[in-house]
Write a protein that binds this ligand. Sequence first.
Ligand code: NDP
Length: 446
Amino acid sequence: MEANLTQAYDQIIARNPGEAEFHQAVREVFDTLGPVMSRNPQYTEAAVLERICEPERQIIFRVPWMDDAGRVQINRGFRVEFNSALGPYKGGLRFHPSVYLGIIKFLGFEQIFKNSLTGLPIGGGKGGADFDPHGRSDGEIMRFCQSFMTELANHIGPQTDVPAGDIGVGGREIGYMFGQYRRITNRYDAGVLTGKGLTWGGSLVRTEATGYGLVIFTERMLRTRGLSLDGMRIAISGSGNVAMYATEKAQELGGKVITCSDSSGYVVDKAGIDLELLKQVKELERGRVSDYVMRRGPSATFVPGGSVWGVPVDVALPCATQNELDGDAAAALLTNGVTAVAEGANMPCTPDAVTAFQKSGVLYAPGKASNAGGVATSGLEMQQNASRDSWSFEYTENKLAEIMKNIHDTCEQTAEEYGHPGDYMVGANIAGFIKVADAVIAQGLI
Ligand code: NDP
């Protein structure tokens, strides 16, 4: 890292103590910005980096709710409105017990650059709560969502801040939150949340978008080496929204997805994941991946604990959570001859793992580029809501594919232009940053 960047980075660490994931996300960006800062002294003079690293607004609030036993429960809610230079804050809500300010800030920070890369007019934000939905009844989930929205409604709006889902927040939770928002505001602001149901303002393809977009990006990346997913063995981690629809699109393109996982362990299915069964278990029954194995028969085995990265594959798509693929896992993948790694989750590869992939020369795509399809399609949902229109599946999917190809090509060309051909991390960070930096400068001292 260059001296002026190191100085700015040190200040950010000192101003944000104890937020390890945020530090890691900032470092990943700063490590790649040297060439762009030296070509553009105006960014340093205007303290653009320091401004981008300081959220415009951070909201932390109490979420009281009552469980089924009549006990009062208290959780902590967050919304970090990070940067609105390009448009209203946009980014998901995460409900997971590990949530604290450092996680929300890392996700919000990543979101700024990701949203910039989509080419759509959306700024970056993120939110959530340290609430654990596992094992909670439908009634408990609803009461929690209503209480969470009772406070959040004060801060969001179609022109201000537009949340969506993330870990622990899917269509059910968005529904409960949207209902409460309408009740509080007495407005049918469809564009206030994305990921809505199809009959009340949702967009076709939004559910599938992150996983589909990831696979479209991966295919395009493979093509730069004359390869394709057709016939490749693929490891996917997680079994939630992103993992499931990455599996679907990869299978459609002829890939053989042989793994899935959750926080209790992982599955290897030599015959290839039976997606209909996985969807039945996870989406309809809200079960675990071990339930999939019990129903699947002899081709599948369940391994408690551990990770999927020791399984020999050609392509690895981490789709569960941050820092789930470390240096040892990267070494195992490389030993087994992996060709490409593309992030479906946000920051799933640790810095050691990223370095190992970059040094080895395998294709590696950072999440802010390869998983941008979800937020891009949320942007398309906002467009449909604003014009009171709804587009067909095919039309929307074509738009998603076009956006993912543009993101891929922008990253590839930017990396080349700045002297790091093939380095998608450099390409994504620099291309995402320049647009935001120029907008920040153009808008004065904001
Ligand atoms: P879901 O809640 O639908 O699924 C998350 C999956 O990851 C589950 O299988 C879950 O298992 C597993 N998981 C979560 N935390 C952990 C953990 N600490 N250890 C092991 N497994 C874990 O979330 P999504 O699929 O929506 O999100 C997955 C990732 O993709 C996240 O990083 C998210 O930020 C990112 N992302 C999501 C987008 C979207 O549109 N949904 C858009 C862009 C990025 P279990 O049920 O056991 O917890």
